[in-house]
Design a binder for this molecule. Structure first.
Ligand code: NG1
Ligand code: ZN
Length: 550
């Protein structure tokens, strides 16, 4: 019976002969939406098996291609802890997605189930929560994923509807922790914790009135739609949504976080009249966030605040709360031994890394991709990570949260309203606001807004934290991008031999020069990143190095 069900699902979505190979890569399977049926159906099967393996814990499937064009689509699997699929399972997901015939697919499943000691007789239950973004192929692919889940006997597929990627991650995490996990619960948690931090903003006599207007670029995707739904309930913030996903424009086209961060120009839907306000940009599935301000009313240039500067702002805020709690002024009261970790990738602007190191913080580096950053961040009491492109979050360990809880309840009996009590409350609210499962543009934006209000900072104050070094990214088409093998968190090439020496030779010609190359995990290209003291120098360094890669 189980065999028949797997064979039937596989034959409903046959692989097109001669089609490209699927690779799970940095962020799941992605390709043109219309060709994704087989990979998505099989990802559904992988998710169901994963749930079986984990004793029936909820596992998630999101249908999205994030910041990629609207004709593309993709699928990511959410593990039971709310994070990305365990890397140990990626080769299995790859093998399944590329199995040429239903029969070969069946053999791969049976072999893997045996190795992983997964019982396939239908006597165990499994559950998979599914969601999709607003792409036109989403409905078709959601159906494919459901069929893939249902091909595992005993597995139940639950369609959670149209959601942002981080919403589904949050739901899976909460459900498996026995917490409230509906969309309404998600919204109340972010709205309430945001209000809580605002209520704890120190009142400064005669302080300037904070500009509370915020204009948000929703990338014509799901994030804008969700924000429209809840913006009235968000206190003390005057939110205006552009590219809201209600038919003004095309998903991710000349708008959204990826466009704004890479092109550094004003997105569609924004004009000179907006130059007085701070603006935020989400990507198509709302897991990336950047900020910008239009440089002047005559111009399409922007002042960009990327993931690195969002990270820096959060670091300052959290450090300040820890210092208050641990009492620079009340030694002996130092209550919370805190391991505070900051994690970046090679794409982090060098100026941000210097800024963080100058604060006396240790900065760890991982390869590109949230799965690596997130894993590293879990090693700390508070672990914070961001990619320059705006994907990141702040993780609080369970142990630390329970320490904070006992501290606040202890202080609320003897020192309610003390600065220590308030700082502990702010950190607790932060742990509620910022998504503990994955980067989340909506809740990240609310934390930015809360911190700016707390500090009484304008957008300009934030920009002035440090000045980004000019940088340039290029893509190089090569025959086989897997020929490039990197080490040291992708900052150095070890194969082909000799390439790193050529790169070093180029870098030596530039002041503040930094450059690295790596194969993309989501596109068939090699990426080149260069940084130097001027735009021209960064451009030329990137070009020189690209020639060595070709
Ligand atoms: P690749 O294609 O592996 O560089 C891109 C982004 C990552 C990450 C993933 C997933 C850059 C340079 N790379 O990965 O940071 O966000 O997509 O979406 O932005
Ligand atoms: Zn995304």
């Amino acid at each position: 019976q189980q065999r028949a069900a797997l064979l039937e699902a596989a034959s409903l979505f046959p692989l097109s002969p001669g089609g490209a190979r699927f690779s799970y890569g940095t962020a799941g399977f992605r390709a043109e939406g219309a060709t994704m049926g087989p990979a998505v159906c099989r990802a559904g099967t992988v998710a169901a098996l994963r749930s079986l393996k984990l004793g029936g814990a909820a596992v998630g499937v999101v249908i999205t291609a994030s910041h990629n064009p609207v004709r593309d689509n993709g699928v990511k699997i959410v593990d039971a802890d709310g994070g990305m699929l365990s890397q140990v399972w990626e080769p299995f997901a790859d093998a399944l997605a590329n199995a040429p015939t239903p029969d070969s697919l069946l053999q791969i499943v049976l072999k893997f189930a045996k190795e992983e000691e997964i019982t396939l007789d239908g006597s165990h239950s499994a559950q998979v929560l599914l969601a999709r973004d607003t792409r036109p192929t989403g409905e078709y692919l959601l159906d494919a994923a459901m069929k893939g889940v249902n091909a595992v006997i005993g597995a139940v597929a639950v369609d959670m509807g149209i959601l942002t990627t981080p919403q589904l991650h949050w739901m899976v995490r909460c459900k498996n922790r026995g917490l409230k996990s509906s969309e309404a619960d998600y919204f109340s948690q972010v709205i309430d914790s945001f209000r809580c931090i605002l209520d704890l903003v120190p009142k400064v006599e005669g302080a300037d009135f904070m500009n509370n207007r915020l204009i948000v670029d929703g990338a014509n995707g799901i994030g804008g739609l969700k924000l429209e739904e809840i913006k009235q309930k968000i206190s003390r913030l005057d939110i205006h949504v552009r590219n809201s996903g209600r038919g003004e424009g095309i998903l991710n086209e000349k708008c959204g976080a990826d466009f704004v961060q890479k092109e550094k120009v004003v997105p569609l839907g924004f004009g000179p009249a907006d130059s007085a306000f701070r603006c935020a940009s989400f990507d198509g599935d709302a897991d990336r966030l950047v900020y910008f301000r239009i440089a002047s009313s005559s111009d399409t240039r922007i002042d960009l605040v990327d993931g690195d500067k969002i990270l820096s702002l959060f670091v300052l805020f959290i450090r300040e709360q820890l210092d208050i709690i641990n009492g620079k002024d009340n030694p002996g009261n130092g209550v919370l031994p805190t391991r505070f970790g900051v994690i970046q990738t090679a794409y982090a602007n060098g100026a941000s890394t210097d800024f963080l190191k100058n604060l006396g913080l240790e900065v760890a580096f991982t390869p590109t991709g949230v799965k690596y950053l997130h894993k590293k961040a879990l090693e700390y009491d508070i672990g914070i990570y961001f990619e320059a492109n705006g994907h990141g979050t702040v993780l609080f360990s369970d142990h630390f949260v329970s320490q904070l809880e006992s501290l606040t309840s202890e202080l609320s009996s003897k020192a309610v309203g003390s600065s220590q009590h308030q700082a502990a409350m702010r950190l607790l609210a932060t742990s509620q606001l910022i998504n503990q499962a994955i980067g989340d543009a909506l809740s990240g934006m609310l934390l930015v807004e809360a911190v700016l209000q707390y500090k009484g900072w304008s957008f300009q104050n934030w920009c002035d934290l440090y000045t980004d070094l000019p940088s340039r990214q290029l893509k190089v088409k090569v025959q086989d991008r897997t020929a490039i093998i990197t080490t040291d968190a992708e900052r150095r090439v070890c194969e082909p031999s000799g390439l790193q020496e050529l790169i070093d030779g180029e870098i030596a010609n530039y002041s503040h020069g930094r450059c690295f190359v790596r194969p993309s995990g989501t596109e068939d290209v090699v990426r080149v990143y260069a940084e130097a003291s001027t735009e021209e120098a960064a451009d030329s360094l990137a070009k020189q190095v690209a020639q060595h890669v070709e």
